[in-house]
Write a protein that binds this ligand. Structure first.
Ligand code: 13P
Ligand code: ZN
Ligand code: NA
Length: 281
């Protein structure tokens, strides 16, 4: 069934856990994620990022996401991830998404606030939740590699975050505290104290981006400090690739494509099941 971002985050608050927010630009990722949510009977977020438009457009994969969520026995939010403009968020709502992230974090503060306010006003007409971002995280979900010491990294300022949340009315805030998108090519250095401070000052759930590739201990500490939504993609997609490579090595006489998608789906399921067993325990 479809649930709101607010309902999912409230569940996380009540149960002291983090909600897995999985990017599902391919049908394999999508099916695997929904299956895991149903098997574990936990609320989950499926999301489509604007940067993944070349894989599948939101108009193509979006209606499939919405339909699977609606008919699922698991509670599911269908969320626009890293919407880079008001128009992209509206495209998501037009195909039935019921939650969105507007990411104007690379714009000057005032511009970020203005576009976020616009998106919040639109979402309010539907009763949908909005996530926005403050601070700059290096790397993108396209697999480009980054580290916590990337000169691009700009940690979120707690005082600014407090004002931003107050003036925008967002449901949750994506913050930069040491995670990066894509693969970790060096050990991440997370600033846990900063998460506590951000949570304390903003009063809203904190969203972790670049959430794949961390250790169990890191997830649990982040949740303890106030992270309630964990964005996760790269390492699940990597698991899919590895399963396909392995299958091709083991059965070099493979002569059709579809067995590869089955192997990929199974690998993503196993990967996300592992994550869910940490985040919701
Ligand atoms: P990863 O690249 O670490 O999986 O992060 C995904 C993400 O933040 C999507 O918004
Ligand atoms: Zn992200
Ligand atoms: Na990551």
């Amino acid at each position: 069934m479809l649930i709101s971002l607010k309902e999912a985050l409230d569940y996380a608050e009540r149960n002291d856990c983090g909600i897995a927010a999985i990017n599902t630009p391919t049908y394999e990722m999508l099916l695997a994620t929904v299956r895991v949510a149903e098997r574990r009977n936990v609320p989950i977020i499926i999301q489509h990022a604007e940067v993944h438009e070349p894989i599948n457009t939101i108009e193509d994969i979006g209606p499939v996401m919405v339909e699977l969520a609606k008919r699922s026995t698991a509670p599911i939010v269908v969320h626009v991830d890293h919407g880079e403009s008001f128009d992209y968020v509206r495209r998501g709502f037009d195909v039935g998404f019921n939650s969105a992230m507007i990411d104007a974090s690379r714009m000057p503060y005032e511009d970020n606030l203005a576009v976020t306010q616009q998106v919040v006003a639109l979402a309010n007409e539907y009763g949908y939740g909005v996530e926005a971002e403050l601070g700059v995280m290096p790397g993108r979900e396209d697999g480009s590699q980054s580290t916590s010491s990337d000169p691009e990294m700009l940690y979120t300022d707690p005082e600014m975050a407090e004002a931003f949340v107050r003036d925008s009315g967002v449901t949750a805030l994506a913050c930069s505290f040491g995670t990066v998108h894509g693969l970790y090519k060096a050990e991440p250095h997370l600033n846990f104290e900063l998460i506590s401070e951000l949570r304390e000052r903003t009063g809203v759930p904190i969203v972790m981006h670049g959430g794949s590739g961390l250790s169990e201990a890191e997830y649990l500490e982040c949740i303890k400090r106030g992270v309630r939504k964990i964005n996760y993609y790269t390492y699940a997609d990597k698991a899919a690739l590895e399963a396909v490579q392995q299958l091709l090595e083991q059965t070099p006489d493979t002569y059709t494509f579809s067995p590869l998608t089955v192997a990929a789906t199974r690998a993503v399921e196993a990967n996300i099941e592992q994550l869910v067993d940490v985040l919701y325990r």
